[in-house]
Design a protein around this ligand. Structure first.
Ligand code: ATR
Length: 279
């Protein structure tokens, strides 16, 4: 144990939070870079009504250096911060808070979590992308795709929510009843919870419309290979696993917290090990 009274701590708050893989991922990275005497990353379950007390604690405790917000705190936290990055403001959610000269500064790295794994396999400029879902995850993804010049369509169970999101980010809507058009997209991203427990045997769209030349990215990371990804693989499509989003939002976050380049492979290994055990 290399920690001391000088070590800075970062806490992920959520409700629930016990399933979070972020502490394991970040602490392994601190160890790899031998900065585990300077930083430690913890988790705490916090009810949304108590978030303001956490912020107060962060203000008065000098070594309470970073806060990661997960569901349901990403939107709520905005009102307590001293400064919010323009991109996070546009997305309307903060997942990363860091203390700089005593000021609480908020960022969003979720959009990078979606964009980086895609850009490793293709350029997004001019690509026709279908986002399934219109909740919090979809918001960050749609923002990232638009930022990179993609042509974005949104399909959602509740049409009005798709319309609202599309209007805000100058995207288009695909009606659920026109699913055969799914075949015409270059990239399809699932940002719904379909495919996760208890919906592991469901897919958010009819997989018979998937095609060989497409890229299918599922934000659901547990199970690692969702039914949608299995079906896409059968068609010969390129698939991207959901843990890649978890990884790259964490990589961007690591760099904000430590100012150092993240040891990506160590972080990936931790996630894969944890997901294997969980399955
Ligand atoms: P998150 O922050 O993880 O995105 P959210 O904001 O609650 O969570 O959004 C969940 C998304 O998954 C929504 O787009 C939701 O569709 P509705 O807007 O119609 O509610 C979608 N979703 C959840 N369960 C679904 C299901 N069984 N079938 C289709 N879509 C579903």
């Amino acid at each position: 144990m290399r920690l001391s009274a000088k070590s800075k701590f970062i806490i992920i708050v959520g409700d629930p939070v016990s399933h979070s893989l972020s502490p394991a991922m970040h602490n392994a990275a601190y160890e790899k870079l031998a900065i585990d005497d300077q930083f430690v990353y913890l988790g705490a379950n916090v009810k949304v009504a108590n978030l303001k007390e956490v912020i107060l604690a962060m203000r008065v405790m000098d070594n309470f250096y970073g806060l990661t917000c997960t569901i349901p705190h990403k939107v709520e936290v905005l009102k307590y911060l001293d400064w919010v990055d323009e991109k996070a403001k546009k997305i309307g959610a903060v997942n990363t808070v860091v203390k700089k000269n005593g000021l609480l500064c908020g960022y969003n790295t979720d959009w990078l979590g979606a964009v980086i794994p895609l850009e490793k396999v293709t350029s997004l400029k001019g690509k026709k992308v279908l986002v399934l879902g219109a909740g919090g995850a979809a918001r960050a993804i749609v923002y990232g795709l638009k930022e990179k010049g993609a042509l974005v369509y949104i399909l959602n169970r509740t049409l009005e929510k798709a319309e609202k999101l599309a209007k805000e980010f100058k995207a288009k809507v695909l009606n659920f009843n026109h699913q055969k058009e799914v075949s015409n997209f270059d990239i399809i991203i699932n940002a719904t919870s379909v495919g996760m427990e208890p919906l592991v045997n469901q897919t958010p769209i009819n997989p018979s419309f998937l095609k060989k030349n497409q890229i299918i990215f599922d934000v659901v990371y547990n199970p690692k290979e969702t039914k949608l990804l299995k079906e896409a693989k059968k068609k010969g499509a390129k698939i991207i696993f959901g843990f890649e989003m978890l990884l790259y939002q964490g990589v961007a976050q690591f760099e904000i917290y430590t100012g150092k380049k993240a040891p990506i492979e160590v972080m990936r290994k931790v996630l894969l090990e944890k997901l294997k055990v969980k399955k």
